[in-house]
Unconditional design. Structure first.
Length: 202
């Protein structure tokens, strides 16, 4: 077998292995966290029904997922319907850089929550391992403002898990590696958007 053919075979084997692992993780997500996803979607829906906002944030690649969920709620996922009040805290780059320059990068979300957060809002945090300082300080700021929080993290939720209180809900992704956590979190936020649309608009 020539080198090019061998490379092709190895790449196919890698793809097949990754897809098989992802399929197994999705099955575990369904069996372990399906009821939690239903509960979280109901809480998000109730927040919207009581004129609260869904605030989202994340660090690194998870910041993109936070923005995606806010976009799905503000605009739509699969149907035309009224916009829903959702705000991603990591989209204003001028504000974020100003906060980071003036204090600490770990304050980029906490600063905004202390300024604008209301008790009827709900914060949704997306993180990989729970040790991200910006996510931890966001959760603490939410507590100070009596804002409930949803935390969607990897299986090992690090220091963030130790500061979650009775007003928060946690969903642990059945994975620890970034390459596995991220696609499962994407599945979660898509499912949550679908469930919210179904509960509000049938």
């Amino acid at each position: 077998m020539d080198g090019r053919r061998l490379y092709h075979v190895r790449m196919l084997e890698h793809i097949n292995g990754r897809i098989a692992a992802l399929s197994q993780s999705l099955h575990e997500l369904d069996s372990e966290q399906g009821p939690s996803l239903v509960q979280i979607s109901a809480r998000l829906t109730q927040t919207l029904l009581t004129e609260g906002r869904i605030l989202t944030c994340g660090v690194g690649q998870q910041s993109g997922l936070a923005q995606m969920l806010a976009s799905q709620l503000n605009h739509k996922l699969s149907r035309d319907r009224p916009s829903l009040p959702a705000l991603c805290l990591n989209t204003d780059t001028v504000l974020l850089s100003s906060i980071a320059a003036g204090s600490s990068g770990s304050e980029i979300y906490a600063h905004q929550l202390r300024a604008h957060g209301q008790a009827n809002d709900l914060l949704l945090i997306l993180c990989q391992n729970g040790n991200e300082p910006a996510c931890m300080k966001a959760l603490l700021a939410a507590h100070d403002r009596d804002i409930g929080s949803i935390v969607i993290s990897g299986r090992e939720n690090g220091q963030l898990g130790s500061i979650i209180n009775h007003n928060d809900q946690e969903l642990k992704i059945p994975a620890t590696e970034a390459s596995e956590v991220l696609p499962l979190q994407l599945a979660c936020i898509t499912l949550l958007a679908e469930l919210i649309e179904h509960q509000l608009f049938g």
